[in-house]
Design a protein around this ligand. Sequence first.
Ligand code: GLP
Length: 233
Amino acid sequence: MNNYDEMSERAAAMIADQIKHVPHSTLGLATGSTPEGLYRSLIQKNRQDKVSFKDVTTFNLDEYIGLSETDTNSYHFFMHSHFFDYIDIQHHNIHIPNGLANDLEQECENYEAKIRNIDIQVLGLGLNGHIGFNEPGTSFLSRTHLVHLTESTRKANSRYFKTIEDVPERAITMGINTIMKSKKIILLVSGERKAEAVERLMNGEISEDFPASVLQRHPNVVLIGDKAALKKL
Ligand code: GLP
């Protein structure tokens, strides 16, 4: 794709197509700056093209531990303010891990048990190859679990916080195995800073040291990127 808008539009068209054919679809959703354009485009389609989310169920990939839903840095807040508040989705069909649960291990188990038959999973790519919050070294067999974020990830995400100390140290994330069970995966990559990770993802060895490399084993992955992110291919 030539640029960010084209990338976003392409991904939105694929998702809209899925929902038009199967209104009761299940979507796996991601946060981060990369999918913002995709959500904007889906909001537009919801308003203008009669693409309805009325019967759609969503599962988000991850959430920070310790941030409330009203904290502007929580992924709950992100999803509502960038997407859910503007479409006709039913609230009981939205699922995001609860990073404030008293028993976090139990929350992981409960979340994993709820996830079923994701038709399309949207993914972004961390600079160190993380998908969701599955950092390097995560087992490919992992289910929804608690993670300690690496310094590199906290640093990358600190752009949204006042200081790096404010970035939570832990998160809940779907596991690699959870993600791999999705029927189809759309991986979105944008900007030059992702170029090296994209190259490693496509041409590097499949290894738990670089979580996204597992996608080479998935039968139905679509990589959609802008020119800058794909320039090393
Ligand atoms: C975070 C999220 C990931 C996301 C990644 C990249 O760590 N947990 O799901 O893919 O950041 O974010 P961005 O799209 O802002 O580069």
